[in-house]
Design a protein around this ligand. Structure first.
Ligand code: MLC
Ligand code: AMP
Length: 507
């Protein structure tokens, strides 16, 4: 039906052949969306995009609440040959300005409730058309969709054409847009569908945001490609998840989901008929894995992925799901451990940098050829920046990160971006931002700050100084003032020492 469009055809194919027609069960009472209805709307939205001037290769950026309309927009963008650029709903106008200027989208879809503050930002960035989607499935995009006729001639797009750009923060403080092709997305979802035994009988609880790889590509693409159903929840709420478990078969989440659910009453009964629990995006503590198994009888299946690569490794569906490991490379994907200094492959069992090659790997960073050359080797291996080793049974263990990155509740936060903002504040000499253990988010942001001699600077001054420029989840949960930062002989700030000094803060 969508034969000319590599990814769209694969997203549509399974549901054409199943007898089960229900795609989404929205959180709102009684609202069910069949595959037929969903794709009819997708075609209408594709028409709206085309009428807004979107041509193959044009970017469509979106910062909107998690709605069915936003999911339609994703598939419609692919169908219209566009490149989908989803943005975290927590981003401030200052952050959005950067993404729009960098991605140069033809269309920007924003939250109806924030149209007033974001429209001027989009205009300044040169965006021609701004549309809106509200949390209650309202907005100009929805109105235009409803007045468009169904039916759309899929734009011609091949396996190597771009389907999406997902921004991931960078060590320099500038976010990088990872360019993802039709083939990368399609092949990974097909692989995961097989690996995790997805079928039309499955009902996934979807409580993740849909602006990241996990909620958008892993959860949504697999559901579509397997013709499964999904219970579509705006955000994680433990009570909702427990309520829906008896009607569902699979949950995908970040470790914070599992930590929080373990504190809920009724977990054992609610989870009795579930088939699979998947965790990823951040390390799942072995302790959480073990407690989950004790309480529910299920072994959480942990997998490892990235924005640039989709999913790389997974614990087995059948076989030993080992706590503290991210499983084995997925079929068709190679994982190497290399020497951080030389890039030479290390013998099995040794710890080094994980490198990944396969059809899942991205095509490079948007507008950043030098960054691409630094991280993507000519031979196709992507240097992940994660440190790990592969044991004698082939299981990958992630033991740390070479990159200066904090992962909080599954969101990536690059310290440099925060340090640059803090250092600009009057009265501040310098700062070091670190991640320390946090019982709920896994890691939490702490800023260690040196004030200028004689200056009066307080934590509230710092928070006031960064508030407008930084999404809430990136803002420090604690600020500590010190006289000096620990440095090595080369003058480099010793973040490892700082992490040890402050690891008690949230215990
Ligand atoms: C919310 N807050 C966070 C936060 N989420 N702070 C740090 N880290 C986070 N992840 C802030 C809120 O702004 C709020 O601030 C306060 O913390 C408490 O909010 P909350 O109500 O408790 O948080 P909640 O809305 O429940 O969100 C927590 C969460 C959510 C874990 C459910 O963050 C989430 O859905 N995370 C999933 C992220 C994800 O999908 N990652 C996949 C990336 S893809 P205040 O001070 O205003 O109260 C990827 C590749 C791969 O990594 O392998 O998958
Ligand atoms: P992102 O750039 O948001 O896609 O985040 C990717 C990073 O998340 C990886 O490079 C890892 O550091 C981390 N990550 C993802 N899954 C896991 C996991 N299961 N265990 C440990 N770290 C993970």
């Amino acid at each position: 039906m969508y034969q000319r469009n590599y990814l769209a055809e694969k997203l549509r194919a399974a549901s054409l052949g199943t007898t089960k027609s229900m795609f989404l069960r929205s959180h709102k009472a009684g609202e069910e969306v069949t595959y037929e209805a969903f794709f009819a709307n997708v075609e209408r939205v594709a028409k709206v995009l085309a009428a807004s001037g979107v041509e193959p290769g044009d970017r469509v950026a979106v910062q909107a609440p998690k709605t069915i309309a936003m999911l339609e927009l994703y598939v419609a963008t692919v169908l219209a040959g566009g490149v989908f650029v989803p943005l975290n709903t927590a981003y401030t106008p200052a952050e959005i300005s950067y993404f729009l200027t960098d991605a140069e989208p033809r269309v920007f879809v924003c939250d109806l409730a924030r149209e007033g503050e974001l429209s001027p930002v989009a205009q300044d960035a040169g965006v021609v058309k701004v549309l809106t989607v509200g949390a209650d499935e309202s907005g100009s995009l929805v109105e235009l969709r409803d007045s468009a006729a169904s039916g759309f001639n899929a734009a011609c797009r091949g396996p190597d054409d771009l389907a999406a750009i997902l921004y991931t923060s960078g060590t320099t403080g500038r976010s990088k847009g990872a360019m993802l092709t039709h083939k990368a997305l399609a092949s990974n979802a097909e692989t995961l569908k097989e690996a995790w035994r997805f079928s039309a009988d499955d009902v996934l609880i979807h409580a993740l945001p849909i602006f990241h790889t996990h909620g958008l590509f892993v959860a949504t693409n697999i559901t579509l490609m397997a013709g499964s159903s999904c219970i579509f929840i705006p955000k994680f709420e433990g009570d909702d998840i427990l309520r829906y478990m008896p009607q569902a078969t699979v949950l995908m989440g970040v470790p914070t989901f599992y930590v929080r659910l373990l504190n809920s009453e009724g977990l054992a009964e609610a989870s009795a008929n579930m088939r699979l629990f998947v965790s990823g995006s951040a390390p799942l503590l072995a302790e959480t894995h073990d407690r989950w198994r004790e309480v529910t009888g299920h072994a959480i299946l942990e997998r490892y992925g990235m924005t640039e690569t989709n999913m790389n490794t997974s614990n087995p569906y059948e076989g030993d799901r080992r706590a503290g490991t991210v499983g084995v490379p997925l079929p068709g994907i190679e994982v190497l451990v290399t020497d951080p200094a030389t890039g030479v492959s290390l013998p099995q069992g040794e710890t080094g940098v994980l490198e990944v090659r396969g059809p899942n790997v991205f095509a490079g960073y948007w507008n950043m050829p030098e960054k691409t050359a630094e991280e993507l080797r000519d031979n196709g291996f992507f240097i992940t920046g994660d440190l790990g080793r592969i044991d004698e049974d082939g299981y990958v263990h992630i033991v740390g990160r070479q990159k200066d990155l904090i992962i909080s509740g599954g969101y990536n936060i690059y310290p440099k971006e925060i340090e640059l903002l803090i250092d600009e504040i009057e009265g501040i000499n310098e700062s070091a931002v670190i991640g320390v253990p946090h019982p709920d988010f896994g890691e939490a942001v702490v800023a260690v700050v040196v004030a200028q001699a004689g200056a009066e600077a307080s934590a509230s001054d710092i928070m006031a100084g960064i508030k407008g420029d930084l999404a809430r989840f990136k803002q420090p949960k604690r600020i500590e003032f010190v006289e000096t930062l620990p440095r090595n002989a080369m003058g480099k700030v010793q973040k490892k020492t700082l992490r040890e000094d402050y690891d008690w803060v949230f215990k």
